[in-house]
Design a protein around this ligand. Sequence first.
Ligand SMILES: NC(=O)C1=CN([C@@H]2O[C@H](COP(=O)(O)OP(=O)(O)OC[C@H]3O[C@@H](n4cnc5c(N)ncnc54)[C@H](O)[C@@H]3O)[C@@H](O)[C@H]2O)C=CC1
Ligand SMILES: O=C1O[C@H](COP(=O)(O)O)[C@@H](O)[C@H](O)[C@H]1O
Length: 295
Amino acid sequence: MDEPVLLTGAGGRVGQAILRGIGDDYEWRLLDREPLPAAKVPDGVTDADRFVADITDDRAVREAMDGVGAVIHLAGDPRKTAPWDSVIRNNIDGTQVVMRAAVDAGVEKFAFASSNHAVGGYETEDRTPELYRTDDDYRLDGSELPRPGNLYGVSKAAGESLGRFHHDEHGMSVVCVRIGNLTKDHPPREYERGQAMWLSHRDCAHLFDRCLQADYGYEIVYGISNNDRRYYSIERAREALGYDPADNSADYTFEGEPKGEAGGDDEDGETAEGDRDGPAEPNFPTDPDTPTDGA
Ligand SMILES: NC(=O)C1=CN([C@@H]2O[C@H](COP(=O)(O)OP(=O)(O)OC[C@H]3O[C@@H](n4cnc5c(N)ncnc54)[C@H](O)[C@@H]3O)[C@@H](O)[C@H]2O)C=CC1
Ligand SMILES: O=C1O[C@H](COP(=O)(O)O)[C@@H](O)[C@H](O)[C@H]1O
């Protein structure tokens, strides 16, 4: 990708995992409605490439989109308890503004941050908790219909449909990544569902790198690590994108400690407690029913 890549929601958890992994590999345009502190911006990204704007602001988005070759669209309300007015505005209307601007600017590839919650309704009482365990072979593979379990999931299913429309109608390549549960350095602690859908930071960066590099038309893939526990298939991500994840929640204890290593230190030498991802910015109220380690 020789042209710049627009990253919306750049200051958030997923955006920062991507920039920490592949921040030096692309010419970025970074957009977020909150100003990004210098520590969140890769070297070489100039002030002119940083846009403090809301994605529902059509003019500002078009300005940021000018000359862009690919988009990673993350900005939105990530709360599974997000109310309808917020998901309508931030997740549905905002996604349409960004996708339409991308089509009009001739953007080649568009990666959309969808969510496990677009299909949360498949986690029925008769399937859970067995579904989250290694000896259960039930798999969603991206070909199934959306089945949201909340209005946030509805908004992500709507984003996937907008992507389908803009691909079919305008030819833009669109990949919708149903992201699982991103946590840094270790899987979510003592949380079976989270460990089944863990996405490590390095696998996250690698997956979105593949979204920028691979050739595809319209795809829905699951964004999880190579977890032994899983009910999402990553075969389509492997085939369509060349995704080759490095991490597996089975390499950690249920409490989140790396197996076979003394002490509780993580990859970076800090304590696990200190590595917890929190909300990047307090832009939306904290989700009351999110496990403390699930962010
Ligand atoms: N973190 C996770 O495990 C998962 C995240 N996702 C999706 O990935 C995307 C990013 O999620 P996170 O990084 O976790 O969220 P986050 O809340 O940490 O980051 C979102 C960023 O987008 C910005 N933003 C929000 N609304 C905006 C708007 N209207 N205009 C401009 N900027 C706006 C915020 O300022 C923030 O920096 C979201 O769309 C979320 O639904 C999906 C599944 C799992
Ligand atoms: O879409 C999202 O999903 C993850 C995982 O969901 P959870 O129900 O296991 O918490 C969530 O952490 C994230 O905030 C959300 O955007």
